[in-house]
Design a binder for this molecule. Structure first.
Ligand code: KIV
Ligand code: NA
Length: 264
């Protein structure tokens, strides 16, 4: 049996070779990612990417558990981290523990991730002291889209940097084993990386972060629009469109099924 990557192993990668992370929401995609990545995030981005929701606000614990189970089944080596969805942890440490324990217990994941800086530090400490590894998430916080008024790159004004730095330091000191740094100007991502003792995992951040993460469907070219920080490593959406168009034409002109695809 292959042993899973653990939270302490990820934590020890600070300043080492970059941590490779990607999202996955299904068993077959998890199997593909598992062959190459250290960490698989079952992100609440699944609300938008696979369920067609307008934001991550409507994602539920039940949805995260269902996809978390699929990803754990589809992977063997990579650490699986499941996002805590909006409304499942913000009331306080006890609510967060109750939902995180359910997510961990029902999926077999190795950790949970939750959004927020200094104000989430007591919750992160409460969970880590009780056996639940926590990945932090600072910078642009998608679950705060309504209070922020959209997705805005953070740190454009340097007078906000000290607040962002305090957020990351507090999350790390509360016991997070790594921190996602999302949507911040590049020099701030470097400062954040230098300020904390655990690996920063960048997305729309900096190559100087201790690792990188992208939404799998974005980097595979399966989503219609992707943020500027995404490199399209493939164009699967266009390939799927061509394949479906070819199928439709073959059905209409009766060239499918052909001799090879029927039982004689
Ligand atoms: O939900 C998600 O996919 C995420 C990553 C983009 C970090 O939180
Ligand atoms: Na997320």
């Amino acid at each position: 049996r292959i042993k899973r990557v653990t939270a302490p192993q990820i934590a020890s990668r600070k300043g080492d070779t970059p941590v490779v992370a990607l999202t996955a929401y299904t068993a077959p995609m998890a199997e593909l990612v598992d062959a190459h990545a250290d960490l698989i995030l079952v992100g609440d981005s699944l609300g938008m990417v696979v369920h067609g929701l307008p934001s991550t606000i409507g994602v539920t614990v039940e949805m995260m558990i269902l996809h978390g189970q699929a990803v754990v089944r589809g992977s063997r080596r990579a650490m699986v981290v499941v996002d805590m969805p909006f409304g499942s942890y913000e009331e306080g440490p006890e609510q967060a523990f109750r939902n995180a324990a359910r997510i961990m217990g029902e999926t077999g994941a190795g950790a949970v991730k939750l959004e927020g800086g200094s104000r989430m530090a007591p919750t992160i400490r409460f969970l880590t002291e009780r056996g639940i590894p926590v990945m932090g998430h600072v910078g642009l916080l998608p679950q705060a889209t309504h209070t922020l008024g959209g997705f805005k790159t953070q740190g454009r004004e340097t007078d906000t940097w000290s607040r962002h730095l305090q957020d990351a330091v507090d999350v790390a000191e509360a016991g997070a084993f790594s921190i996602v740094v999302e949507g911040v100007v590049e020099p701030l991502a470097v400062r954040l990386t230098d300020a904390v003792s655990v690996p920063t995992i960048g997305i729309g951040a900096s190559a100087r972060c201790d690792g990188q993460i992208l939404v799998l469907d974005d980097m595979l070219g399966q989503t219609a629009r992707a943020p500027r920080f995404v490199r399209r490593f493939a164009d699967l959406g266009a390939q799927a469109d061509r394949a479906i168009a070819d199928y439709a034409a073959a059905v209409r002109d009766r060239s499918f099924p052909g001799d090879d695809h029927v039982y004689r």
